[in-house]
Design a protein around this ligand. Sequence first.
Ligand code: ATP
Length: 229
Amino acid sequence: MWITPVNGLNGNMLKATNIKKKYNQLEVLKGVDISVNKGEIVSIIGSSGAGKSTLLHIIGTLDTADSGEIYLHNEPVHQYRNDKLAAYRNRHMGFVFQFHHLLPEFTALENICIPGWIAGRKKKEVEQEAIRLLQTLGLENRQDNKPHALSGGEQQRVAVARALINKPSIIFADEPTGNLDSTNAKEMHHLFVKLRDEFHQTFLIVTHNEELAGMSNRVLHMKDGLISE
Ligand SMILES: Nc1ncnc2c1ncn2[C@@H]1O[C@H](COP(=O)(O)OP(=O)(O)OP(=O)(O)O)[C@@H](O)[C@H]1O
């Protein structure tokens, strides 16, 4: 098993409070509070332009808020400066986007390994873990394929394996199945549930997909710059 076993830490693995963000005069986030517990899948839904991606990017430290606080495992990540933040993000956060963003010149195996190598982990250990992930995700025969030689569903599963390689506390996913057909989307939804149920993996997901939202532990509604359950 590659994911840290449950450690009884059940409350508020992630907590963000009073997150505010403006783009010029546009108040996108008006003081959002959100918390996520270990082993939960939490989905954020809401109409287009509601601010879902903005919020996810801020909580995932890819963007900065105008004000507010973000704690992951009680670490005040909103206070971290860029160099420390990049390393912290690499070790503790995984990301899956609508488009896979795999590096075209690298194989599936290498794409999965790269965040592990960047983290300075042992090459062999990272590779062994990547192979285990490929097996778990049903991709063992695809490890030497470059992204162009993978189907859309396979590309996205490689992106999920890449997100998992450093055993992140949480995976942030922005419309992770928005670019997949319904069969591949369903498969991905079941994969998220399997990762939650078997490995206690935590997810915060922005989605328009009702099936995915329906499989979540909690669904948060984003409206008028605020969130409600
Ligand atoms: N970099 C930016 N500069 C200016 N405005 C922005 C920027 N990023 C987002 N916005 C605006 O902020 C609002 C929220 O955008 P966001 O992408 O967070 O919405 P969303 O709820 O994720 O929408 P969708 O469901 O369509 O992806 C939108 O009105 C958008 O145009």
